[in-house]
Design a protein around this ligand. Structure first.
Ligand SMILES: [Fe+2]
Ligand SMILES: [Fe+2]
Length: 357
């Protein structure tokens, strides 16, 4: 299904359920918004990143632009000021960085992240058979050389880790909804979504294992620092970010992956993910609608601010995938980034504008 059709389907599903009469009107904007230019980076979380340094050998701390902070998959650390000269302490040069990005490095999140102390948390990877899903057919690996199989294994393992973290994220939502007195259908929605994410994780790890030629699954998930929202305002801000933005945008990302995939096993997995993620997006907006109704004027201002400050953050310093892996669900970086941003601009932004009006 073309991206514009997916975005229109999202608008209709969310708009019709939550915001009567606006779904049809907004759907007309989906086609044109798809071609918009990505908006400028507005940044992610700020933190400090340090690299080992020996001044006696290497001299003074260099500008941040000379440092490779992270490589490979997962959130990246990008210098806030590339010209910043690091601060030396205890054998390290330290810099202020923004934490941006996603499993795919395209500035478009995939699914609901688990934010702990404002940073995304996932498990690590382990050689375990405990996450194998026997219902997933083996993907076609004929003609794939070792390097491409390795790329595919890493990609799908990273998808699996994000889906795995989403399980915990939705369970936290269920607990928070109970803590703030939400109605039963919302709690049921969170529980069902957690089950969906468990299925997504198993299927992604099963694909990763097939490409790797060895079992792949998650290690323990550290919950150090894990906490529930202390206030309705905190729950609302996180619901905007993790739910209304990330779950909705992830539909666009997953649909872009499905659009290029031709391998039957990969297409089957992605088809299920797209359908489920549409439901998760609708759930997220339904949750926010309930919160909005319960909120004071000040809390509603907080919801508006959360939409205004949570903007997509294209990445820097990211090593792109080879561009010949589309058949197995990996479009080019440009396609992924455009898909995520198109959904953000043609679905999330207009819905947020109407919702907060
Ligand atoms: Fe999801
Ligand atoms: Fe998912």
């Amino acid at each position: 299904m073309p991206q514009a059709d997916i975005n229109r389907r999202l608008l209709l599903a969310i708009g019709a359920l939550l915001l009567p009469a606006i779904g049809d009107a907004l759907a007309d904007t989906a086609d044109t918004a798809d071609t918009d230019t990505p908006r400028p980076d507005s940044g992610g979380e700020l933190t400090t990143a340090c690299v080992p340094w020996t001044p006696e050998v290497q001299g003074a701390c260099p500008p941040a632009s000379a440092i490779t902070f992270t490589a490979g998959f997962g959130p990246r650390e990008v210098p806030l000021d590339p010209q910043e000269l690091g601060t030396f302490a205890d054998g390290e040069c330290c810099y202020v960085v923004q934490v941006v990005g996603t499993v795919m490095g395209c500035g478009c999140n995939q699914g609901r992240r688990l934010l702990i102390e404002r940073l995304p948390r996932t498990a690590g990877l382990a050689a375990t058979r405990g996450w194998h899903d026997p219902r997933v057919r083996p993907p076609t690996c004929t003609g794939l050389d070792r390097a491409r199989r390795s790329h595919l294994a890493r990609f799908w393992a990273s998808v699996g880790l994000n889906e795995h973290a989403s399980i915990a994220s939705f369970h936290r939502v269920a607990l928070e909804l109970m803590a703030f007195g939400a109605p039963a259908p919302l709690i049921a929605g969170a529980q069902r979504a957690a089950d969906d994410e468990l299925r997504h994780a198993r299927r992604a790890f099963t694909l990763a294992s097939a490409f790797a030629g060895a079992p792949v699954g998650p290690t323990v998930l550290s919950v150090d620092g894990f906490s529930l929202a202390a206030s309705r305002a905190e729950l609302a801000a996180r619901s905007v970010r993790e739910g209304c933005v990330e779950e909705t945008v992830s539909v666009g990302v997953a649909s872009a992956m499905l659009a290029v995939a031709t391998d039957p096993a990969v297409r089957s997995v992605l088809s299920g993910i797209v359908d489920d993620e549409i439901r998760h997006a609708v759930f997220s907006w339904r949750l926010l609608k309930w919160l909005w109704a319960e909120s004071s004027a000040a809390e509603r201002l907080g919801i508006r601010d959360a939409f205004a400050t949570d903007q997509p953050a294209p990445e820097a310093g990211y090593a792109p995938f080879p561009d010949d892996l589309g058949a197995w669900g990996i479009p080019s970086d440009g396609v992924l980034q455009a898909a995520g941003l198109a959904t953000r601009r043609s679905v999330v932004d207009p819905l947020a504008a109407r919702f907060c009006a």
